[in-house]
Design a protein around this ligand. Sequence first.
Ligand SMILES: [Cu+2]
Length: 196
Amino acid sequence: MMAVRAGVMAMVMPVTLLGGGAMASARPQPEPLSRGPEPVLALGRFAGYGPGQTAVTYDPKLVPSGAAAAVAYVPIADGHASVQLRAQGLLPNRRYGAHVHTNACGSKGEDAGPHFQHVQDPKTPSTDPKFANPRNEIWLDFTTDGQGNGFSRAALERRFTDRRPHSVIVHADHTHTDPGHAGQAGARLACINVDF
Ligand SMILES: [Cu+2]
């Protein structure tokens, strides 16, 4: 549990992504965030798909092997929550899309299934902005800086309960919002398994 808290501190503060845990552990531990669910942190370096691989790249030209990602799910005391995504080692000054998806990462990007929706669209694929929007789904689009670092954060008005997502997919484009294309963001470049 200490490791998880230290990891979340590393997400919140702009410290080196994968080296942050050791640094943060020397600091005073923060107060517990709530009496509710514990925060969840997924940390990984992108590589090809394999059993137990946290971060999977399907397009090493755009999400290079060895690039790193961290996803934190942080429940907040009032029943809200946030999801934060941090990445290092991507292409500089590039727009990437990202969303929380229902299934775990597989050998193909499609294996992660559709976007998690708080209220599920009876139609699939869901391209109706009434359902495919950043309040009903969790969108984590970001644009990298000149060094290939990216960060995004989505505020959730409710926590996950019995129905939980399992991954974050990184896409080739920022997410569209127009009817018929809402929620689409181009090819699935990479996937991060998260135990939400
Ligand atoms: Cu997606």
